[in-house]
Design a binder for this molecule. Structure first.
Ligand code: DX5
Ligand code: ZN
Length: 249
């Protein structure tokens, strides 16, 4: 096993060329930010890898947030790439619109997608990273053959819909099994966790195999959000450096 925080690799680009083994990316969720000051709130987490943008339609989840026009404005207001998490019905219709709006990564829920393979290919063809999310009760195993179509898999560690919920540690085995499937297929895809990720839960997620961490309340609820991002990343990378999943390649 190689040692060191990055297993000898370097941060290069946010898009597909990025070699992320051994590195942790922290994506602050603007769901916990002040929606009246989104541009400033984006600047408050300078140094974050991505901004996580939760799109909710009050149908797929019982909450309503923002849509394409807000994403368009936010993309113009920040240099941090946007990671759009679509908690909406009919992502087959809407996800490509979020790429056009300026998102660099678009995540759709498999529970809502009519044709996930076609949708992932369309997102990639439009120039963004394609990502698929699983709610807590959705297993990974039926989707093993779809993994090569994806740049990232998102495992929800709360029921989607609201920030500030408690982390579901019963998701840790699913994270571990997903990381094993990624290794089995020799894929470089990222594994994201979202929901209840904080200083007290991020290490378990990293140890299980996650390498992209969404954090809403843990970042925007902190006195210094940019410092919270750095601290979370350092915690995750310290664990990852010791984890066999990250460095045994
Ligand atoms: C929940 C959203 C999350 C949320 C996470 O459905 O998808 O991105 O903002 O918030 P915290 O980190 O506070 O659990
Ligand atoms: Zn989210």
């Amino acid at each position: 096993m190689m040692n060191g925080p990055a297993c000898g690799r370097t941060r290069t680009s946010v898009l597909r060329t990025w070699q992320s083994w051994g590195m942790a990316q922290i994506n602050p969720s603007i769901l916990s930010a002040d929606f009246a000051r989104l541009a400033e709130e984006a600047k408050a987490v300078q140094g974050a890898d991505w901004l996580h943008v939760d799109v909710m339609d009050n149908h797929f989840v019982p909450n309503l947030t923002l849509g394409v026009p807000v994403v368009e404005s936010l993309a113009r207001a920040t240099d941090t790439p946007l990671d759009c998490h679509l908690m909406i019905e009919d992502p087959d219709r809407w996800a490509p619109r979020y790429v056009e709006a300026g998102a660099s990564s678009v995540t759709f829920h498999v529970e809502a997608a009519a044709a996930p393979v076609r949708l992932a290919r369309e997102i990639r063809a439009k120039g963004a990273r394609a990502s698929m999310a699983l709610k807590p009760a959705t297993p990974i195993e039926p989707f093993e053959d779809l993994l090569p179509e994806l740049d990232m898999l998102l495992i929800m560690t709360v029921e989607p819909g609201f920030g500030g919920q408690a982390f579901l540690d019963i998701m840790l085995p699913k994270i571990r099994r997903t990381r094993e499937l990624i290794a089995k297929h020799g894929l470089q895809m990222w594994l994201q966790v979202d929901g209840g990720v904080s200083a007290s839960t991020i290490e378990q997620c990293a140890e299980a195999g996650a390498d992209v961490f969404v954090a809403g309340s843990a970042v925007y609820g902190a006195a210094d959000p940019a410092e919270a991002v750095r601290a979370l990343r350092a915690q995750a990378e310290a664990v990852t450096a010791q984890s066999s999943w990250a460095c045994d390649h």
